[in-house]
Design a protein around this ligand. Structure first.
Ligand SMILES: [Zn+2]
Ligand SMILES: [Zn+2]
Length: 258
């Protein structure tokens, strides 16, 4: 009984009741529990061509962004559901800082609908979130990236034709660690982010033997410059992962990406 009263569970109670659309305010937001109405989703989340290795929005006739065409990159592939613009920027801020972890299920369903993500995700052995430091986790009470990772994993379970068809993938929050607290990344430019992050990630030593040769799906809520995702992916590859595929809910569009 007491388990039902834990804060993480109480947050999900809001998904059982109708609510107004978090964008246009229309009530109720159909179906019950979804934060954004169908019309707003159609209007603000159009199908978008994206760079296959960094998920940057591209013109439909362009196969890859300039940076990924010339530079070495850590990802086998990368997916994003929306651009990090209105209204998603505000919704993600509320998801992250205003105690709305239950929205992860809806965000994950939008990620799951992106072309190519399902096959790429199901080909990965481990589904890992970008971690928070202990201090940040204690402040916020939950890691929004883990909420998304777990919601994606549940989505895949529900979509599997038979239970055993989903046996190979596991979602884990104990593999990639944030061993150093860093300043709020969104306040820094790219060079400062890299310097700040370079020593921030590590693989749990207990997971190292099992890491060898694993294919990893790395999940985060937002990719802005890509510095966080790339350094985390490099950490996993240096620790023995065979490949890393990225999946984020929102991707900052050019020209903010450097
Ligand atoms: Zn709406
Ligand atoms: Zn790219």
């Amino acid at each position: 009984m007491f388990a039902l009263l834990r804060p993480g569970r109480l947050a999900h109670i809001g998904t059982w009741f109708p609510s107004s659309c978090a964008v246009c305010g229309r009530w109720p937001s159909p179906p019950s529990g979804e934060p954004v109405c169908h019309d707003c989703r159609l209007a603000f989340a159009p199908a978008t061509t994206r760079c296959p290795t960094c998920a940057l929005a591209l013109p439909p006739d362009k196969p890859a962004c300039a940076a990924c065409s010339t530079a070495d990159h850590a990802f086998r592939a990368c997916f994003a559901a929306v651009d990090y613009t209105y209204p998603w920027r505000d919704l993600l801020h509320r998801f992250k800082f205003a105690s709305q972890p239950a929205w992860a299920r809806w965000f994950a369903s939008m990620m799951w609908d992106q072309p190519g993500l399902r096959d790429a995700a199901l080909a990965c052995d481990w589904w890992l979130p970008i971690p928070l430091s202990r201090q940040r986790l204690a402040q916020r009470g939950y890691n929004q990236s883990w909420e998304l990772t777990h919601a994606l994993w549940r989505q895949a379970q529900r979509a599997a034709p038979q239970p055993h068809a989903f046996g190979a993938c596991s979602a884990r929050c104990d593999v990639l660690l944030k061993v150093m607290d860093t300043a709020e990344q969104h306040t820094l430019d790219r060079s400062k982010r890299l310097a700040n992050l370079r020593a921030a990630f590590a693989v749990n030593p207990a997971a190292l033997p099992a890491m060898q040769g694993k294919s990893v799906l790395l999940v985060d809520d937002v990719m802005t410059t890509g510095a966080t995702m790339h350094l985390a992916a490099r950490t996993l590859l240096n620790a023995g992962a065979a490949s890393v595929t990225g999946a984020v809910f929102a991707r900052t569009p050019a020209p903010e990406v450097s």
